[in-house]
Write a protein that binds this ligand. Structure first.
Ligand code: C5P
Length: 231
């Protein structure tokens, strides 16, 4: 059964708590990302935990191995259940992060491979190599993360089937870019419905504006759950 993660992409505590109060336990997890974490700080996680909510902290950590390992320990102490790191931080960083998470369990680490905002030419410019295939880079970086002991990957619905084939059923795949049929795309280039994402191998779905900008967010979230459950 896939779990539904609602992205709290709002600028401040008041708006975040208003959403959480409205959506309540219809969401399995709440995602705190860079915007809200920078504005509200670790109290964002503490308050959500205090309300009994499960937290996905999407900070996409990328630094030297020791610094990332310490950040993983801090997140674990806050009660974060899902935490992201950049696979491009390298094998040593990924290994240190995985070891820090494993010291006491409770926090599952997800790797971000290639940002969905990057296409092949941007990827080539960034790495100084022309002709890189985004899909092959996603698989290469994903393999590095899985081999380093991470629990899963953040992956678009497009990438999910290949990653599921490459890495098997035990690896967690968390998929953003979800839209209800007939809803707008916002700034996402490629979107999938909840049912399509689950059919392509996603375990957990991240939904933001399809729910938070809906005229009736609770009903939109219920519809996401129904569609994901029916897939
Ligand atoms: O509003 P929307 O559903 O597009 O929000 C998607 C959420 O998932 C945002 O918090 C965004 O940062 C995150 N995300 C994404 N694509 C990725 C990784 C994360 O959209 N590749």
């Amino acid at each position: 059964m896939s779990e539904i993660i609602v992205a709290l992409d709002v600028p401040d505590r008041e708006r975040a708590l208003r959403l959480v109060e409205r959506l309540g336990d219809t969401a399995d997890f709440y995602k705190v990302g860079l915007q809200l974490y920078t504005a509200w700080g670790p109290d964002a996680v503490r308050e959500l935990r205090g309300l009994g909510k499960r937290v996905f902290l999407d900070l996409k950590l990328h630094d030297i191995p020791n610094t990332v390992a310490e950040a993983v320990r801090s997140a674990r102490e806050l009660g974060v259940e899902l935490l992201t790191v950049h696979a491009a931080g390298g094998r040593a960083m990924l290994g240190s992060a995985a070891a820090a998470a494993a010291e006491r369990g409770g926090t599952r680490l997800l790797a971000v491979t290639v940002l969905t905002s990057m296409d092949s030419s941007e990827l080539g410019r960034t790495w100084g190599r022309d002709g890189l295939s985004v899909e092959e880079e996603v698989v290469r970086l994903g393999r590095m993360a899985v081999e380093a002991g991470l629990d899963g990957l953040v992956a678009s619905g497009e990438e999910a089937p290949r990653l599921r084939r490459e890495f098997g059923p035990r690896m967690l795949i968390v998929t953003p870019g979800i839209r209800l049929a007939g809803g707008g795309h916002h700034d996402q280039l490629r979107v999938l419905t909840p049912g399509e994402a689950v059919a392509r191998g996603a375990d957990h779905l991240v939904v933001g504006r399809a729910v938070t900008s809906a005229p009736d967010p609770v009903e939109a979230l219920r519809q996401v759950r129904r569609e994901a459950g029916a897939a």
